[in-house]
Design a protein around this ligand. Structure first.
Ligand code: CP
Length: 302
């Protein structure tokens, strides 16, 4: 993986995914390793972020590196009309690695083609969020003791949810059964179903999940993302379709854990936060160790 961009989770095969998880475990036990001494990581966020940006920053700091970048493209020369290509070419002169979030699908791939340093995709529109997926896998492995043969429920915005799209691809290496629960307007796209069909992976689609929740090992809740809708009425119709609350968890499996990439709006009631099955804040913490692993691996420092 040295010097290789991470644009899509498909860029890492099963073995590389497992290596990253192993490395993340090492960083969880040994967080302060000054292996990035003299290295500069650029963090270019053309879209808002709390967890991804700050956990990357935390990871770089723990590894002893420096971080440069912007959190708002409006404060960069993009606001004067500079192209993504010129921005990336310029920033790759100043850094050893670029972490980029951008609203356009395919922007990370394009950036990787014009950059002189590796690009880490921190989310490109509704397409992919591979570093989120690696921390999701780390969280699943940690809570379930394995990745294989799990019953994964994906709930909410399955159409535009980039975390869902990346997770589905990565988990497909581990013989899952998927249950997709969404409003009919936010169903999982046909191309992802075709991907699963070709691999012979079982999946079921539902519009309700109260009756089937007792079978889940992982419930992966997602936010209906207002920013992805061109029609505000469509957002209003779908935004509160699924709200998980504590009472719904009564007859669920002991090993069940609730994951969410966050931010949450209404889709998980706050009464779930104190349930031992709620894992989403620890999941966000796991982002630091996983991103330490991704940076170290991409720069060939381990
Ligand atoms: N999970 C995630 O991408 O969160 P942020 O948008 O806060 O980075």
């Amino acid at each position: 993986m040295k010097n290789k961009s991470l644009v899509s989770i498909e860029d890492y095969g099963k073995n590389n995914i497992l290596k990253i998880l192993e490395l993340a475990e090492y960083f969880e036990k040994n967080p302060n390793q000054k292996i990035l001494d003299g290295k500069v990581i650029a963090s270019l966020f053309f879209e808002p972020s709390t967890r991804t940006r700050l956990s990357f920053e935390s990871a770089v700091n723990k590894l002893g590196g420096s971080i440069i970048g912007f959190t708002d493209a409006g404060s960069s020369s993009v606001s004067k009309g500079e192209s993504l290509k010129d921005t990336i070419k310029t920033v790759s002169n100043y850094s050893d690695l670029i972490v980029m979030r951008h609203p356009l699908e395919g922007s990370a791939k394009y950036a990787s083609e014009v950059s002189d340093v590796p690009i880490i995709n921190a989310g490109d529109g509704a397409n992919q969020h591979p570093t989120q997926t690696l921390l999701d896998l780390y969280s699943i492995k940690k809570t379930q003791g394995k990745l294989e043969d799990l019953n994964i429920f994906l709930v909410g915005d399955l159409k535009y949810g980039r975390t869902v799209h990346s997770l589905l691809m990565a988990m497909s290496n581990f013989n899952p059964v998927f249950n997709f629960i969404s409003h009919p307007k936010l169903r999982i796209p046909a191309e992802h179903k075709l991907f699963l069909d070709n691999l012979g992976i079982k999946y079921y689609e539902h519009t309700e999940f109260t009756d089937i929740i007792s079978k889940a090992d992982i419930i992966y809740m997602t936010r209906v993302q207002r920013e992805r809708f061109s029609d505000p009425m469509e957002y209003e119709k779908t935004k509160n379709a699924y709200v998980l609350n504590n009472a719904m968890l009564e007859n669920t499996k002991e090993n069940l854990r609730i994951l969410h990439p966050l931010p949450r709006v209404n889709e998980i009631s706050e009464d779930v936060d104190t349930n031992t099955k709620a894992y989403y804040f620890t999941q966000a913490l796991n982002g630091v160790f996983t991103r330490q692993a991704i940076i170290a691996s991409t720069l060939g420092l381990i």
